[in-house]
Design a protein around this ligand. Structure first.
Ligand SMILES: NC(=O)C1=CN([C@@H]2O[C@H](COP(=O)(O)OP(=O)(O)OC[C@H]3O[C@@H](n4cnc5c(N)ncnc54)[C@H](O)[C@@H]3O)[C@@H](O)[C@H]2O)C=CC1
Ligand SMILES: CC(C)CC(=O)C(=O)O
Length: 326
C-alpha cells in the first residue's frame, strides 16, 4: 500500500534538514509517495499567504506530514497544520545520547503536550493603547483525550505512570480543570500519577532529571519545558516531535529556522531524522523506525557531527553517514 507523505520544508534550516530526512526515508524500501508543498515566510512574501490552502489540504489528506520550520509566520503555519491533522497531543522525547556532551547526560524524558488549546487558542485582544488581553481555553474534553492517550502511552513495563506539570495554584479554573481531569482519567484506568508545579519542575529537572519520566503538560508549558530539556541534552538539534491525531500525524523538529546558521549547510539533521523515525512508527513500520533510531544514535556517538555538537561536519555528511549505517 502506498502512503502519501506531505513534505513541507518551510524556511531557513527547514530547507536543509527536511530534505535530509526525506533522503533517509527514501533509502528505506517503503512505498512512500512524497508530495512537497510550500509554507512560511518566503511563500508569504511571494503570494501574501503563509499557509496556502493547497498546503493545508495536502496535510489534511496525506497519511503523514513531515514539516521543517517556519520563521516569523510560524504561528500562522504550524498551528493550523496541527489542526489540519487533528493532532491533540505533541509527543516530545528529550533524551541524551552516548558520546554527546550534555549538561545532564542521564536525561530521558518524554513530554506529552496538549496540542489544541491553552494560550495557543489565539484569542487575543488589544483593548486600548494600554491594555491587551489573552483568553486561555482549557476544556474537559481535550484534557480527557490527552489523558487517555497518556494512559495508553505508559501502559506496559517501560513506564510507571506519569507526572502532571501544571500551575493550578494560580490558574485555578484552567489548570485546575486540566489537572483534575487528567488525574481522574488516570485513576479510572489504574495509572499512577504524581503532580508538580511547572516552575518547580523547571528547577527539579535541571538538578535531577532522573526523577521524571513521562510528563503531561498544558500547551505552552510543554513548549517551554521541552526546550529547556533540549538544553540539558545537547541542544535543539536533537529534539524531535510527533503531533499525533486519530488518523494522521505531523512530524517536525522542535527547533525553528535557526537564522544564525541557515544557508551554511551545517544544521544538525538529527531532530528531523528522528521525527521521521517517529513517522515510521506511527505508520506501523516499527522495524524501520528502530533501524533509523539506531543509525542516528550510532552516528551521534561515533560521528560525524555538526558544529552544534562540537564537530565540523555538514548536514549532508551526517545524513550520508546515517544512510550508510542503515
Ligand atoms: N516550529 C517552528 O516552525 C518554529 C519556528 N520558530 C521560528 O524560528 C525563528 C528562529 O527562532 P529561534 O528562537 O532563534 O529558535 P531556533 O530553534 O530557530 O534556534 C535557536 C538556537 O538553536 C540553534 N539550532 C536550532 N536548530 C538547530 C539545528 N538543527 N542544528 C543546529 N543548531 C540549531 C540555532 O542555531 C539557534 O542558535 C523565529 O522566526 C521563530 O518564529 C521557532 C520555533 C519553532
Ligand atoms: C512558533 C510556534 C507556533 C511554534 C512553537 O514553538 C511550538 O508551538 O512548538
Amino acid at each position: 500500500m502506498t502512503h502519501e507523505i506531505a513534505v513541507i520544508p518551510g524556511d531557513g534550516i527547514g530547507q536543509e534538514v527536511t530534505p535530509a530526512a526525506v533522503d533517509v526515508l527514501e533509502s528505506l524500501e517503503i512505498d512512500f509517495e512524497f508530495v512537497e508543498a510550500d509554507a512560511g515566510d518566503a511563500v508569504k512574501e511571494e503570494t501574501g499567504e503563509a499557509l496556502p490552502q493547497e498546503t493545508y489540504d495536502l496535510a489534511a489528506s496525506a497519511d503523514a506530514t513531515l514539516f521543517g520550520a517556519a520563521g516569523e509566520t510560524a504561528a500562522d503555519v504550524i498551528l493550523p497544520l496541527r489542526t489540519a491533522v487533528d493532532s491533540f497531543v505533541n509527543i516530545r522525547p528529550a533524551k541524551s545520547y552516548p558520546g554527546i556532551d550534555a549538561v545532564r547526560p542521564e536525561t530521558d524524558l518524554v513530554f506529552l503536550r496538549e496540542n489544541t488549546e491553552g494560550v495557543y487558542s489565539g484569542i487575543e485582544d488589544r483593548l486600548t493603547q494600554d491594555v491587551s488581553t489573552l483568553t486561555r481555553v482549557v476544556t474537559e474534553s481535550a484534557s480527557e483525550r490527552l489523558a487517555e492517550f497518556a494512559c495508553d502511552y505508559v501502559s506496559g513495563d517501560e513506564h510507571d505512570g506519569f507526572t502532571i506539570a501544571h500551575k493550578a495554584n494560580v490558574m485555578r479554573e484552567t489548570d485546575g480543570l486540566f489537572r483534575d481531569t487528567i488525574k481522574s482519567v488516570a485513576d479510572e484506568n489504574g495509572v499512577e500519577t504524581d503532580e508538580v508545579l511547572m516552575d518547580a519542575f523547571a528547577t527539579r529537572v535541571c538538578l535531577d532529571p532522573e526523577q521524571f519520566d513521562v510528563v503531561v503538560c498544558p500547551n505552552l508549558a510543554g513548549d517551554v519545558l521541552s526546550d529547556l530539556a533540549a538544553g540539558l541534552v545537547g541542544g535543539l538539534g536533537l529534539l524531535p516531535s510527533a503531533n499525533v491525531g486519530p488518523e494522521r500525524g505531523l512530524f517536525e523538529p522542535v527547533h525553528g529556522t535557526a537564522p544564525d546558521i541557515a544557508g551554511e549547510g551545517v544544521a544538525n539533521p538529527a531532530a528531523t531524522i528522528i521525527s521521521a523515525a517517529m513517522l515510521l512508527e506511527y505508520l506501523g513500520y516499527d522495524e524501520e523506525s528502530e533501524a533509523v533510531h539506531a543509525a542516528v544514535e550510532d552516528t551521534l556517538e561515533n560521528g560525524p557531527r555538526t558544529p552544534d555538537l562540537g564537530g565540523d561536519a555538514s548536514t549532508e555528511d551526517v545524513t550520508e553517514a546515517i544512510i550508510e549505517r542503515l
